[in-house]
Design a protein around this ligand. Structure first.
Ligand code: GLU
Length: 500
């Protein structure tokens, strides 16, 4: 790319960081990093009522968590500071003035109630509810009368009435829009704040943004933007509108489809590298069969010509699958750091972890990592590592715990294992096999009931490596407890059905 590439992520801080916004941020960041360009973070807080500091923090936290750094932005500064629009109000004044002077903008005294009333009438007539441009040519007397009523004007931009505005979209080609469908738009509210349409155009120009990459839901906004750019005599940036994110039912992604807040994925224990991988695949493809890639590999292989304009399905199952693949190779310390607070919150692990307990947790995770799609499963189907309070699944009851010979087998296992002098995977294996031999049964007939009793499940990692990670007395007492429950008939009732 010949020119120095400058892109921006420009969120409105009016809530949590939606995964759709994270997706847009990621694609801009990848585009910048691939081409050695500049990635700008700009906070578009022109909605004075809905913008919050908390939301700005959520944006910083979310981007940092994903590993997306910005070269210019509110906290890091840059040549076009400030990067928060509410701190740029003075800069916009000059541009309103230019439009007012050239006759492309005018004062509008219509009140919100009047506008709503007229929109209602248009809707009732089956017309698109656009502004009827009635303040376009007010006489001095009319203006004076409004002022005398105490009304404060907004500033409106005079949109073109005829012809088409054509968006040259890098992903979609030329997209024409009929100008007659859009009425004049407000660019400065009565509060003195700009509207999004205006500040985005002015700031993209002042910040020398070369490419505007954003979601498809913004495509119709590009019509007033292009007209404003032309009226202000600015050079238009190149536009690329990314395909929408949809739920599995092919409707626009919303909270109906599950978690749409990026922070929720962090809380659920998703790895940032997996989230980045998953989000990148929503519209970009690796070009090979292998979809599990690192951020570095994505940067190397990313370009807009590999990005599809088609909508992408945000499939939670795929997100989990990708997370599971990354868990296999993630550094153990990262997995411990993610798992610990989740386990502590669930009351399964102490808040202050001693070095020995941390090392133990690392061993548990290592043993489980090939089977986990998220580390949060440690609190559900692998909770037996942390507590005696686990359930006996129906499969375990049905296959092993309701057999008449099982209580005897479990007692024998308890006695033998409790007497072992060393407690390792090797010694427990030898112990369990010795019990099978003494009872004259095959190894499996001791191993499976042992697993069912000590974990409540029929599936899991190598039994002996698992036993090694539990205290010897815990294993013995669980075997005895389960033998009792078998005898008392408590396990004759149907048990819960296993998740995985
Ligand atoms: N502030 C807009 C939003 O949060 C994005 C603006 C843009 O990318 O042009 O949706």
């Amino acid at each position: 790319m010949a020119e120095p590439l400058r892109v921006r992520f420009a969120p409105s801080p009016t809530g949590s960081l939606h995964v759709g916004h994270a997706h847009t941020a990621l694609f801009n960041w990848l585009f910048a990093r691939h081409h050695g360009g500049t990635f700008i973070l700009r906070i578009e807080d022109t909605d004075e009522v809905r913008s919050t500091e908390e939301s700005i923090r959520a944006i910083y936290d979310g981007l940092r968590w994903l590993g997306l750094d910005w070269d210019e932005g509110p906290d890091v500064g840059g040549p076009h500071a400030p990067y928060i629009q509410s701190q740029r109000l003075d800069l916009y004044e000059e541009q309103y003035r230019r439009l007012l002077e050239s006759g492309r903008a005018y004062d509008c005294y219509c009140s919100p109630e009047e506008l709503e009333e007229r929109r209602e009438i248009m809707r009732a007539r089956g017309l698109p509810p656009r502004y009827d441009n009635r303040c376009r040519s007010l006489t001095d007397e009319q203006r004076a009368a409004f002022e005398a009523e105490g009304r404060k004007p907004a500033i409106r931009f005079r949109m073109k009435d005829h012809g088409n505005t054509v968006i040259h979209d890098l992903l979609r080609g030329d997209v024409p829009y009929d100008n007659s469908l859009i009425g004049d738009i407000i660019i400065r509210k009565t509060s003195g704040f700009p509207t999004y349409h205006f500040s985005v155009v002015v700031d993209d120009h002042l910040m020398e943004v070369t490419h505007v990459v954003r979601g498809e839901d913004h495509i119709s906004n590009t019509v007033p933007h292009l007209q404003l750019i032309e009226a202000l005599g600015f050079e238009p940036p190149k536009h690329a509108h990314l395909g929408l994110l949809m739920g599995l039912d092919r409707t626009k992604l919303s909270s109906r489809h599950g978690a749409t807040d990026l922070a929720a994925y962090r809380e659920m224990g998703f790895l940032p590298q997996a989230m980045v991988n998953f989000l990148a695949l929503l519209g970009w493809s690796t070009g090979t069969e292998d979809e599990i890639v690192s951020l570095r590999e994505i940067v190397a292989g990313f370009d807009l010509d590999r990005v599809s304009r088609a909508p992408s399905v945000f499939d939670f199952g795929k997100c989990e699958f990708i997370n599971g693949q990354h868990i296999r190779t993630a550094p153990i310390d990262q997995l411990i750091d993610i798992a610990h607070p989740i386990l502590a919150k669930a009351g399964l692990l102490e808040t202050d972890l001693s070095p020995a307990r941390r090392e133990w947790l690392g061993k548990v995770i290592d043993l489980m990592r090939d089977r986990m799609r998220t580390v949060a499963v440690l609190t559900s189907w692998a909770r037996y590592f942390f507590t005696d309070d686990y359930e006996y699944e129906e499969r375990a009851r049905d296959k092993w715990l309701r057999r008449p010979e099982t209580p005897g087998t479990l007692d024998a296992l308890a006695n033998d294992l409790a007497a072992l002098e060393s407690w390792t995977a090797e010694s427990t294996e030898a112990g369990v096999r010795a019990v099978a031999e003494s009872l004259g049964i095959g190894g499996g007939k001791a191993i499976h009931p042992c697993r069912a009793a000590v974990t409540g499940t029929t599936v899991g990692p190598s039994l002996f490596h698992l036993l090694e990670l539990l205290p010897q007395e815990t294993v013995a007492s669980r075997l005895r407890r389960t033998a009792e429950l078998c005898r008392s008939g408590a396990l004759a009732e149907p048990g819960p059905v296993a998740e995985p």
